[in-house]
Design a protein around this ligand. Structure first.
Ligand code: ACO
Length: 441
């Protein structure tokens, strides 16, 4: 089958956000720690009217509406998330209320969980289904997203919230390239959620950054080998038009692009483009190289104009929403197509997905048709401009309230529904058996 990939994208984010510059003052950290140190601008969050079920319901329903797709036309629905509410019960099953009202109960697929990676795994599953003998001619849908919240401390400004829903099928504008994709999966405890009564993870932030780079190294080396086998040519960053990354915070994306430039250097240190690189950097121990400041500076400087050209235009939503875990890479994709539009025609996008624990894949997408229609329906800039900034005090108080609401029984939310976009699902109540019900605004 030809042209299997993404036909449509809907990116949902809450209407409220907190400014990182306000949080710096409130948290009494040095000015610039979050805005310059992490390169984040704003962070999306939600109150007790929204949980992961409501946000996934909203994105799913909006995608069907915006693309005029009947619920009966979906044959597979995959969810990727790490925000778990009912443990054994999937988010997919909650989303079935939308399809049941259209008379469709015959939909394969279920939830996939591994930190920020579940969305990518869900996407790869959906693509495999369309390419397989089990395909029945209908579309697949992928819904990925999270509410990322951390306990007070250095990780808190790296939270965020969003859900991305994608329509998958043949003859798509965004087509998955064959024979190149590469994965790295390993058993590490860099970030996990052993405390099931809390929304907060246990996280070793600096270890998670090292793991991210290690996974990037392995995936990039494998991708290059696969590229050589498939096309008989050597791959370096020159061979891609854009590069997108899972973005826990934008500084990590910048460092990742510099790291890939370093990996290109290690493959070809005598190339003229690397003539200014001090020789000792080619001899550095891998573990040291992850955090070495000189190395990062040399390769950031060397790749800065290429970064502007190939990476910066995917920064809009990651910087405005924060880390949306499984949705993060796909908020980057939404940003890229919203910014570059027709310029993307026939271009290659290199995409890196990382989930702690850990699982990662580097893959690429070719733009084979116009993305104009996707951009128009996504309507990202207008919705961003309608958001409401909330003070750091109120944000902190809201997170405090979420701590009780997360595992509540017999609970009726009190937050106003006026702070929701139109056509947003919101929590009506949690009953005595912890069952949740929703209304669409
Ligand atoms: N002005 C400007 N820059 C500053 C300031 C300031 N006042 N203060 C600190 N900085 C810089 C630091 O120099 C550092 O920059 P560098 O990385 O270029 O050296 C940066 O800000 C971060 O400062 P640190 O002290 O290293 O940060 P801290 O230890 O407080 O926390 C961390 C950062 C580890 C990312 C934390 O937010 C965290 O644990 N987040 C969650 C885990 C995470 O996101 N991991 C990423 C991959 S896994 C995933 O997606 C969940």
């Amino acid at each position: 089958p030809k042209g299997v990939g993404i036909l449509g994208i809907e990116t949902y984010f809450p209407k409220t956000y907190v400014k990182q510059s306000d949080l710096e003052v409130f948290d009494k950290v040095g000015k610039g720690k979050y805005t310059i140190g992490l390169e984040q601008e704003n962070m999306a969050f939600s109150n007790d009217r929204e949980d992961i079920y409501s946000m996934c319901l909203t994105a799913t329903h909006n995608l069907l509406d915006k693309y005029n797709i009947s619920p009966k036309d979906i044959g597979r629905l995959e969810v990727g998330t790490e925000t778990v509410l009912d443990k054994s019960k999937s988010i997919k099953s909650v989303l079935m209320q939308i399809f049941a009202s259209g008379g469709n109960y015959n939909i394969e697929g279920i939830d996939t969980i591994n930190a920020c990676y579940g969305g990518t795994s869900a996407l790869l599953n959906a693509i495999s289904w369309i390419e397989s003998s089990a395909w029945d001619g209908r579309y697949a849908m992928v819904v990925c997203g999270d509410i990322a919240v951390y306990a007070p401390g250095p990780a808190r400004p790296t939270g965020g919230a969003a859900v991305v829903a994608m329509l998958i099928g043949r003859d798509a504008p965004l087509v998955f390239e064959r024979g190149v994709r590469a994965s790295h999966v390993e058993n590490v405890y860099d970030f996990y959620k052993p405390n099931l009564d809390s929304e907060y993870p246990s996280v070793d932030g600096h270890l998670s950054i090292n793991c991210y780079f290690r996974a990037l190294d392995h995936c990039y080396n494998l991708y290059r080998n696969n590229f050589k086998q498939t096309y008989g040519e050597t791959f370096s960053l020159d061979r891609t038009d854009y590069a997108l990354f899972h973005s826990p915070f934008w500084k990590q994306v910048k460092k990742s692009y510099a790291r890939m430039t370093y990996l290109d250097y290690l493959k070809d240190p005598t190339s003229a483009r690397f003539s200014s690189v001090p020789h000792h950097l080619s001899q550095m121990e891998t573990e040291t190289s992850y955090t070495d400041k000189e190395l990062n500076k040399v390769f950031s400087d060397l790749s800065s104009s290429s970064f502007q050209e190939k990476v910066e235009s995917s920064s809009l939503l990651p910087k405005q929403l924060g880390n949306s875990y499984t949705a993060s890479l796909y908020t980057g994709l939404t940003s890229l197509i919203s910014n570059e539009r027709e310029k993307l025609q026939d271009k290659r996008l290199l995409m890196f997905s990382y989930g702690s624990g850990m699982a990662a894949t580097l893959f690429s997408v070719k733009v084979e048709k116009s993305v104009k229609d996707i951009v128009d329906r996504a309507n990202v800039e207008e919705r961003l401009s309608q958001r409401k900034s909330v003070s750091a005090e109120e944000y902190t108080q809201t997170l405090k309230e979420r701590e009780t609401f997360h595992s509540a029984t017999n609970y009726t939310p009190t937050s106003s529904i006026s702070e929701l976009f139109p056509k947003t699902y919101f929590l009506e109540k949690i009953d005595g058996e912890k069952r949740r019900s929703y209304i669409r605004s």
